[in-house]
Design a protein around this ligand. Structure first.
Ligand code: 5GP
Ligand code: ZN
Length: 116
């Protein structure tokens, strides 16, 4: 846990969130500023800053995170029509919260990926 990390505080329950799914390893909750009709985040409970911090020892956790992301998309009823998953890494990737998270965006057709 990082004392200064918003998502660690959400995991600890110190900051409220609209929780969708939780198990020992991961937590899913709604994004506070949704960019789509359905916008959720799925995070490892352990503080991992970003993709670039992943190591071989994290393979099982990452597999679980991705499989549970698919589960959460089904819980949110976006799986059948489809959704976009997104992981931003550091400044050029647009990462604002330094705790690894998978975005789920759905509920409407998500626009093209753009560079701007
Ligand atoms: P990033 O840009 O780092 O990939 O995405 C961070 C996401 O976290 C943003 O979509 C932002 O709206 C969301 N976010 C930031 N702070 C909070 C918070 O306190 N609660 C929730 N639920 N989402 C947050
Ligand atoms: Zn954290």
């Amino acid at each position: 846990m990082s004392d200064s990390c918003i998502f660690c505080k959400i995991v600890a329950g110190a900051i409220p969130s609209k929780k969708i799914y939780e198990d020992d390893l991961v937590l899913a909750f709604l994004d506070i500023h949704p960019q789509a009709p359905v916008h959720a985040l799925v995070i490892p409970k352990r503080h991992i800053v970003c993709m670039d911090d992943l190591e071989e020892a994290d393979r099982e956790l990452v597999g679980h995170l991705l499989e549970r992301t698919a589960h959460v998309a089904r819980l949110l009823n976006v799986a059948q029509n489809g959704y976009r998953t997104l992981i931003n890494t550091r400044a050029h990737g647009g990462q604002e919260v330094d705790h690894l998270h998978v975005h789920i965006l759905g509920g409407a057709r998500i626009g093209p990926m753009v560079c701007r």
